[in-house]
Design a protein around this ligand. Structure first.
Ligand code: FES
Length: 153
């Protein structure tokens, strides 16, 4: 049987982590190709609904990466994310999603190797958790028309 390959969405801050991911690529570091990177202006821009929507649309894991504390281009964006993160995990737990499926990491522009490590580690962790299969559960219920109610008998 083929090994489960998780789909991971990564929100990467434009100033540090996205550049770090780019460096990992240009340095030809090897890391799993399971991550779909999405560039955001700051980790503080990652609204909890982004995370929920990623899972709703089929992600098995969500990675959020930003500048190291004290290095945020907008001064406090990553501190805001740091405060919001436990709430995001709690929210996911309420929906029945293992909180380990979301991860927050600090990766600077010069840390391509760290980015590769984080991705490899997280991919492995999500692989162990298995597929989330949350998307079908979260699909909106079918719209009932008067005709469908009448013909359902
Ligand atoms: S700009 Fe990178 S975390 Fe804020």
């Amino acid at each position: 049987m083929a090994q489960f390959e998780p789909r991971i969405v990564a929100f990467l801050c434009r100033w540090c982590s996205y550049t770090g991911a780019d460096l990992a690529g240009t340095s030809r570091l090897k890391y799993p190709p399971n991550v779909l990177p999405i560039r955001v202006m700051c980790s503080g821009r990652v609204d909890p609904t982004f995370v929920v929507n990623a899972f709703r649309k089929g992600a098995d894991g969500v990675l959020i990466c930003g500048c190291h504390p004290g290095d945020c281009h907008y001064n406090e964006g990553n501190y805001n994310m740091m405060r919001r993160f436990p709430l995001v995990r709690k929210l996911l737990a309420q929906f029945g999603v293992e909180p380990e499926r979301v991860r927050l990491e600090w990766v600077s522009a010069s840390e391509g190797d760290r980015y590769a490590e984080v991705v490899a580690e997280f991919t492995d962790e999500i692989r162990k958790l298995g597929p989330l299969e949350w998307a079908p559960m979260m699909a909106p219920p079918p719209v009932q028309t008067a005709e469908s109610v009448v013909t359902a008998k």
